[in-house]
Design a protein around this ligand. Structure first.
Ligand code: BGC
Length: 457
């Protein structure tokens, strides 16, 4: 009976292949000028075309905004060691700021930035900054990114449709106490890809499975109808797929369950980011909670009324899924503690086994959905060996996520192709500093080329 109620959470191989097939169509649509408007997967050009070549040097700042906290980093690149110095600070981002006004958000960020540069005594220097802003943006250049819409529960007013680099630069200027130049705005997937590509040239995909989910990949310029021509002569560009929005036009309805629909109906971005809502950390715990409540109401789990403590939204955090699944099958010690802490009483080992089963269903489905996405990109890139740089709390903390993804990707990619998933340590932060560093190097090289032209022509 319980199995029957949960059956729709199990993805068949046929359905996973179908997800991958539809995703490919959506990506192709997103890349083409004509069809982009109707595509769920928008495939935004990032204007990041040049990967680091090791010749970057100097001090660079990075700002990483996109999850529950935000961070500021300072790195120094040099000739001898790739990263001689590296310091960072994490600042909390209270709910109040996440849901207030754009002005309050950017003033807060500028203030933390000022505190940071003063603490590390670089407030008198003009330091290039890379800004990781992990929300869907339409970029019009490396330093111009208009927020399309908030995701992951952010709702700050008067930011959608506006250039976030300008909003941040204005907030910095207004303070008059620090000198920081924004050299690049990028997505966390791009940062993740960049920071791994620094060491691994085969790295062609950046993937995040954290509070939200998204992937970027390296595409040939000839396939990128949306990219406005600019002076740069590189023949590739990183595409920010924004695959979280996959399914928003109904294309995933054949696998979405009543639990998914009920969850979506109370989010701040209702009807949006439907693929993300099946995969990422902001939602997985909430899906588990909803399944448990529904089972309890039908008398299939937790026979006493203490299950009512689970009626509160977001009560079951995603990290609990990892904690429960970490233990061997018949060891319920952690599960018991967790249930007690949540307020449940009088539960049995059988209940614990059921909780674990629900966690497994939800995390497996998430891993397989993400695998379908990665396999689609690997097939699209169609190179013999592709390295995928991955970051995000779900991927990092869940004990089986990586293995489940690897297994499924292997089944889905074309014969002859191979891949490797590598963990990108703090990619979104360090990557931003690297993008700023590459932009800075390109600018210097251009100045140098122009100088040579003047001297020799
Ligand atoms: C955002 C993406 C981001 C992803 C992971 C999604 O909600 O739309 O821009 O890359 O979360 O942080």
């Amino acid at each position: 009976m319980m199995e029957k109620k949960c059956a729709k959470l199990i993805l068949t191989n046929k359905n996973i292949k179908r997800v991958s097939g539809i995703m490919l169509e959506e990506i192709e649509m997103g890349l083409r000028q004509k069809s982009n408007k109707n595509a769920d997967i928008k495939c935004y050009p990032t204007y990041v075309r040049n990967l680091p070549n090791g010749k970057e040097k100097g001090k660079f700042l990075a700002l990483d905004l996109g999850g529950t906290n935000f961070r500021v980093l300072l790195i120094q690149l040099g000739e001898t060691a790739p990263e001689k110095e590296f310091v960072s600070r994490e600042f909390p981002l209270p709910d109040l700021i996440r849901t207030s006004s754009g002005e309050a958000l950017f003033d807060h960020i500028a203030e933390c930035l000022a505190l940071f540069v003063k603490e590390f005594k670089v407030d008198k220097e003009i330091i290039p900054l890379g800004f990781t802003f992990s929300f869907p943006c339409r970029q019009e250049g490396l330093t111009k990114a208009k927020l399309v819409q908030w995701t992951k529960g952010f709702t700050c007013s008067e930011v959608e449709g506006r250039d976030v680099a300008e909003l941040l630069q204005n907030a910095i200027h207004k303070r008059k106490d620090v000198h920081i130049k924004i050299m690049a705005v990028l997505n966390d997937t791009t940062g993740t890809l960049m920071s791994s590509a620094y060491k691994q040239p085969n790295c062609k995909i950046g993937l995040i499975i954290g509070t939200g989910t998204n992937a970027c990949y390296v595409e040939k310029i000839e396939n990128m109808e949306l990219l406005d021509g600019d002076s740069d002569d590189s023949n590739q560009c990183i595409v920010n797929t924004e695959w979280g929005a996959f399914g928003d036009n109904g294309s995933l309805d054949f696998i979405r369950t009543d639990f998914d629909r009920a969850l979506d109906s109370v989010t701040s971005n209702r009807g949006k980011q439907l693929y993300e809502k099946m995969i990422s950390g902001k939602y997985l715990g909430e899906i588990v909670r909803r399944v448990l409540v529904s089972l309890a109401k039908d008398g299939l789990i937790f026979k006493d009324s203490s299950y009512k403590c689970l009626l509160e939204a977001d009560k079951f955090k995603t990290k609990l899924i990892s904690e429960i699944e970490k233990k061997p099958e018949n060891d319920f010690t952690d599960c018991e503690c967790i249930l007690e802490e949540l307020g449940l009483t009088d539960f049995t080992h059988e209940d614990c086994a059921k909780v674990r089963y629900v966690c497994q269903l939800v995390s497996r489905r998430a891993a397989f959905m993400a695998a379908a996405g990665v396999a689609t990109l690997i097939n699209k890139i169609n190179e013999k060996h592709v390295v995928v740089a991955v970051d995000g709390t779900v991927y990092r903390l869940h004990p089986h996520f990586r293995h489940l993804m690897e297994q499924k990707i292997k089944q889905l990619i074309r014969p002859g192709l191979s891949f490797e998933l590598i963990l990108s340590e703090d990619g979104s932060g360090r990557g931003a500093a690297l993008v700023a560093a590459v932009a800075d190097r390109m600018k210097r090289e251009e100045i140098y080329r122009n100088l040579l032209k003047k001297v020799f022509l």
